[in-house]
Design a protein around this ligand. Structure first.
Ligand SMILES: Cc1cc2nc3c(=O)[nH]c(=O)nc-3n(C[C@H](O)[C@H](O)[C@H](O)COP(=O)(O)O)c2cc1C
Length: 395
């Protein structure tokens, strides 16, 4: 069996899977249940000096058929006070000394507030701190959350304040709602951060209730912009981790749309050392970690990776500037007639969204690729509902 343990910012995790700061880490009791289920670590719901009061309801979804592809939330930070958390930390660490516990902290741009939070939680025995520079809703209005992660000067300043008193590793959690996430990562690195977690949620407006003429999620008729999470944000998370891996030297914790071992493997291959999950756990429970561990271990064996460190960032050199791509590499669409259902989707897409390179006179005949007109864009292969029916063959 491949070794799933990982060294992260000086901490030893038995596997790379951690719970992200979220409703699934809202209490010590929940975190302990997650550890029993097989998670190696957890980041608490974000804690401030004062607990939050939330609106109801505070979630909305984007579904394709029955499958939820994304959630929007307008939830704030922890509703529990610091004293209760401090009691929980001591209890969790007493019962699970080998599991890794990060306290997620949030405060204004006020040195004393950060100092008192850090001192309280590290006294209680947490293994690490995660600074919440990511929440895009509610908190920025209070001078907290993503407003801090959108300014390299502020992010660096807070990191420096925290490092003045911290005795455990400090991970900054960044927002993707910026022009250049690597610039923010570098500012935190220069200020002494030990690791970066990315991404927090993507700022969105989920939708509009057309009958009631209300934005979603409707809180008695009105709403606010919120944070999007789940499968739909995975490509944004991967992009951010790739940029941070190339632009900083810090260990990275990958977050965003991860729900399977395959998603986790992709994050590891672009440079993450650990993995955090939120939405998938909210939808399917703590139990999903077992399948992820098994799947990742089997994949590592198949590919000959003896340790996660061998896998980390493997494909980064293959992510190049666009102008460095091989413009001489050419492909052409090829249709496997035995699999084709003559649905006509490839023909329509190529006619109105491509190069008019797929002929199909009627549903009675099979579509035919005109190789000299095909520009190799691959739209037909993506709209085709039958797996392996259309492939892009290298010329
Ligand atoms: C309902 C909800 C509450 C969240 N609360 C926090 C929080 O308190 N602190 C924080 O840093 N991130 C919070 N997040 C963001 C998640 O930790 C995570 O960064 C984000 O959801 C993307 O990961 P995912 O696609 O696996 O959900 C929250 C996310 C959701 C959906």
């Amino acid at each position: 069996m491949a070794d799933l343990s990982v060294e992260f910012a000086g901490l030893k995790l038995m596997n790379p899977f951690m719970l992200a700061s979220a409703p699934s880490t809202a209490t010590g009791e929940m975190i302990q249940r997650a550890f029993e289920a097989g998670w190696a670590g957890a980041v608490t719901k974000s804690i401030a000096l004062e607990p939050a009061v939330d609106v109801q309801p505070r979630l909305s979804r984007l579904a394709v058929g029955n499958r939820i592809v994304g959630l929007e939330n307008i939830e704030l930070i922890s509703q529990r006070n610091l004293d209760d958390w401090v009691e929980d930390f001591a209890e969790i660490k007493r019962r699970y000394p080998d599991h890794i516990l990060f306290a997620s902290l949030t405060a204004g741009v006020i040195r004393e507030e950060w100092h008192s939070l850090v001192e309280r939680v590290q006294e209680a025995g947490v293994d690490g701190l995660q600074l919440d520079f990511g929440c895009p809703h509610g908190m920025p209005g209070k001078g907290m959350g993503s407003i801090q992660g959108q300014d390299p000067g502020i992010a660096g300043q807070i990191t420096r304040w925290v490092k003045e008193v911290s005795r455990v590793p400090v991970m900054v959690k960044l927002t993707p709602n910026v022009t250049d996430i690597a610039q923010i990562g570098r500012a935190c690195e220069e200020a002494g951060a030990d690791a970066v977690a990315a991404i927090d949620t993507v700022s969105v407006l989920m939708g509009v209730d057309l009958d009631r003429l209300e934005p979603l999620p409707s809180v008695g008729g009105s709403s606010a912009l919120g944070g999007y999470s789940g499968a739909g944000i995975k490509p944004i998370g991967l992009r951010c981790i790739a940029q941070l891996a190339k632009g900083t030297g810090l260990p990275l914790s990958g977050i965003g749309g991860i729900s399977s071992w395959q998603d986790a493997a992709e994050y590891l291959l672009v440079g993450a050392s650990t993995i955090q999950l939120c939405t998938a756990v909210m939808l399917r429970g703590y139990g999903i970690v077992e399948k992820m561990k098994k799947g990742l271990g089997a994949y590592m064996e198949e590919k000959g990776f003896a340790a996660l460190s061998e896998m980390r960032g493997q494909i980064l050199p293959k992510i190049t500037a666009h102008e460095e791509l091989n413009f001489a590499y050419k492909v052409v669409a090829t249709i496997e007639q035995a699999l084709c259902t003559r649905c006509g989707l490839c023909h329509t897409a190529c006619k109105d969204g491509g190069w008019q390179a797929i002929e199909m006179e009627s549903r009675e005949v099979y579509p035919r690729v005109l190789a000299d007109k095909c520009d190799g864009c691959s739209l037909c292969a993506h709209v085709c509902p039958v797996e392996r029916c259309i492939t892009m063959m290298p010329l």
